[in-house]
Design a binder for this molecule. Structure first.
Ligand SMILES: Nc1ncnc2c1ncn2[C@@H]1O[C@H](COP(=O)(O)OP(=O)(O)OP(=O)(O)O)[C@@H](O)[C@H]1O
Length: 258
């Protein structure tokens, strides 16, 4: 079966080199509608480079990327966000002095291309837009369990809460596809369960999700399929518990630890 035909996000033969080193080497990948797909692999395997290319932050040296059937290979990250592709980072960087609410409203600003705060000084429709954006931001903040922090500056948030805040900003753009880069990294165990719960809830709402994660317990609980990368290429794919027993996958991880 040609799996790429029905993919919401598909990479065809992506490659990218840095100073002669092939970080990603002819890598193809398909994310299906409603899927929660894991992208795993040892350090330096090329996962982040792959994410950067999929999100539009880094042009591939060769290959093609399709989002809902559109060729987006030459489009930047903002354009892809407008098409419904949101991407989180390993280390979120909120505006530290702005409140949680203000940070989330920055997501709305990206959405319309116009500042919500600028709109506040206009009359009529723009004011209604602002009211809608505020209401939506508050709902998303509640959904992401940050309601009690809505008026706090982002600098007081823990690592896990920053991950939730970043997700909240992305949700303002109503993404259909989310690329989540290590949502468990630097998160304390109690918040980890809550973050996993929110990811599952978003997926249940129909958001297709591609997840880079080193926490294999989390990957096994969330993903029905994983793609393993090593040295810039696909090493294996399948159900998490089966894939991590494959000899070449074990070798790749042991090589990483050696
Ligand atoms: N901007 C860059 N300049 C030079 N080399 C880079 C750059 N970005 C990545 N690389 C190299 O490309 C390879 C793949 O790196 P990448 O960060 O994509 O791997 P990764 O699988 O995300 O690793 P990790 O799990 O540690 O985040 C590595 O050898 C890395 O050193």
């Amino acid at each position: 079966m040609d799996q790429t035909r029905e993919a919401v996000l598909a990479a065809h033969g992506l490659s990218r080199s840095f100073q002669g080193v092939r970080a990603v080497d002819n890598m193809s990948l398909s994310l299906h509608p409603g899927e929660l797909l894991g992208l795993i692999g040892p350090n330096g395997a090329g996962k982040t480079t792959m994410f950067n290319m999929l999100a539009g932050a880094l042009p591939p040296s060769s290959g093609r990327i399709e989002l809902a059937g559109h060729d987006v290979t030459r489009e930047g990250a903002e354009k892809r966000l407008g098409r419904g592709l949101g991407r989180s980072f390993q280390i979120p960087r909120p505006f530290p002095e702005m409140t949680v609410l203000e940070n989330v409203l920055c997501g709305a600003q990206r959405q319309s291309g116009e500042s919500v705060w600028g709109a506040a000084f206009r009359l009529g429709a723009a004011r209604r837009d602002e009211a809608r954006a505020l209401e939506k931001a508050r709902q998303i903040i509640e959904f992401l369990l940050l309601g009690h922090l809505v008026d706090q500056p982002a600098r007081v948030l823990s690592g896990g809460q920053r991950k939730l805040l970043e997700l909240a900003r992305l949700l303002m753009a109503d993404p259909k596809v989310l690329l989540l880069d290590e949502p468990a990294a630097g998160v304390n165990p109690s918040l980890l369960e809550e973050i996993m719960g929110r990811i599952v809830a978003l997926n249940a709402q129909g958001v297709s999700i591609l997840l880079i994660e080193h926490n294999m317990d989390m990957v096994a609980r969330l993903c029905s399929r994983v793609v393993v990368m090593a040295q810039g290429a696909e090493l294996a794919q399948g159900a998490p518990d089966a894939v991590i027993r494959e000899p070449q996958v074990i070798r790749a991880y042991l090589g990483d630890a050696a």
